[in-house]
Design a protein around this ligand. Structure first.
Ligand SMILES: C=Cc1c(C(=O)O)[nH]c(=O)[nH]c1=O
Length: 309
């Protein structure tokens, strides 16, 4: 049973890896993912300068997932640039998440990464919901089109975007029309957390996290139907791009479902935060078991083959 996959021309022995933001801010964390059974790794979204992020508590696990308002804590892009400069790309693909506070910052960082002349894969984050005062690009179609036009003009290497969840068919169509303008935009990672949820503790009658009156991005089981809808809809609307699925993955079954909906690879956030890097070994084993039960030899046997009624 072969669970390998490719993003562009880069082979992954497993289709599963971390979601940006989880187990990827420190080089020690990136190395833990690299030494695990994950098929790739992605770094924490970076900004021009290092950031402490929002006051704690800023992450909480809940019965069916998680809520976070980290506030983009990271060491600044040079830290991840150094990791990318020395990385051994023959091992597993390295994705670099970029989340500048301005288009100029994004262009500056992306240029620095492409000048490394290394096969890293930039994932431009259009969907951070937790930087106070910064509306996320993914929900402003004109601003997103402007930013992607400038990024595409500046980028010689292929890149991807990390997208927020969309919920309205016309929004799917408008977003896809924008993405399809850009040939070197090669992958779409769907979805980021569902922004600005609120989790309340009944006993204390209090929110769980400190920033933003307790509002934060929702992940985990709660978001699986939305994640699958975004994966499958962009899979159908953007046939020249690969889709990376993210959202609601806790077992091999959800890995299978994301791939069935069209994903070429999948990322795990909440479940990885809660379980640790051994998760990847478990997910790979569970995916193999499902494939064997169904008689599939490889991921292409079922990728994108979701049946409709
Ligand atoms: C990059 C900021 C993000 C953050 C964060 O750092 O607060 N949390 C998310 O759930 N998604 C993000 O994209």
């Amino acid at each position: 049973t072969d669970i390998s996959t490719h993003i562009l021309d880069q082979r992954m022995r497993s289709p599963v890896y971390n979601a940006s933001g989880v187990m990827c801010r420190e080089t020690t964390e990136l190395e833990a993912v690299r030494h695990s059974d994950a098929g790739a790794l992605v770094s924490k979204s970076c900004t021009l300068e290092a950031r402490d992020g929002n006051p704690e508590p800023r992450y909480a696990a809940t019965p069916f997932g998680s809520i976070n308002s980290m506030g983009l804590p990271n060491h600044g892009y040079r830290y991840y640039l150094d990791y990318a400069a020395h990385y051994d790309y023959t091992d597993k693909p390295l994705f670099i998440s970029i989340s500048g506070l301005s288009l100029a910052d994004n262009l500056h960082m992306l240029d620095a990464f492409q000048r490394l002349k290394r096969p890293l894969l930039p994932e431009v984050n259009l969907s951070c919901p937790n930087v106070p005062g910064k509306p996320q690009l993914g929900y402003s179609f004109d601003d997103m089109a402007t930013a992607l036009t400038a990024i595409h003009a500046a980028m010689d290497i292929p890149f991807g975007v990390k997208l927020p969840p969309y919920f309205d068919i016309s929004h799917f169509e408008m977003a896809a029309e924008i993405f399809n303008r850009f040939e070197r935009l090669k992958f779409l990672t769907c979805i980021n957390s569902i922004g600005n949820g609120l989790v309340v503790d009944t006993d204390s009658e209090t929110v769980l996290i400190k920033p933003k009156n307790g509002l934060g991005g929702i992940g985990g089981d709660y978001v699986l139907p939305t994640a699958l809808a975004n994966v499958n809809t962009f899979y159908r609307l953007c046939p020249d791009k690969q889709i990376i699925g993210c959202g609601g993955i806790g077992a091999g079954e959800q890995v299978f479902q994301h791939i069935l909906c069209g994903a070429s690879a999948v990322q795990v956030g909440t479940r990885l935060w809660e379980e640790g890097a051994g998760l990847f070994t478990r997910l790979n084993q569970e995916l193999v078991a499902i494939m064997q039960r169904k008689g599939y030899q490889c991921l292409a046997d079922f990728r994108g083959k979701l049946c409709t009624l």
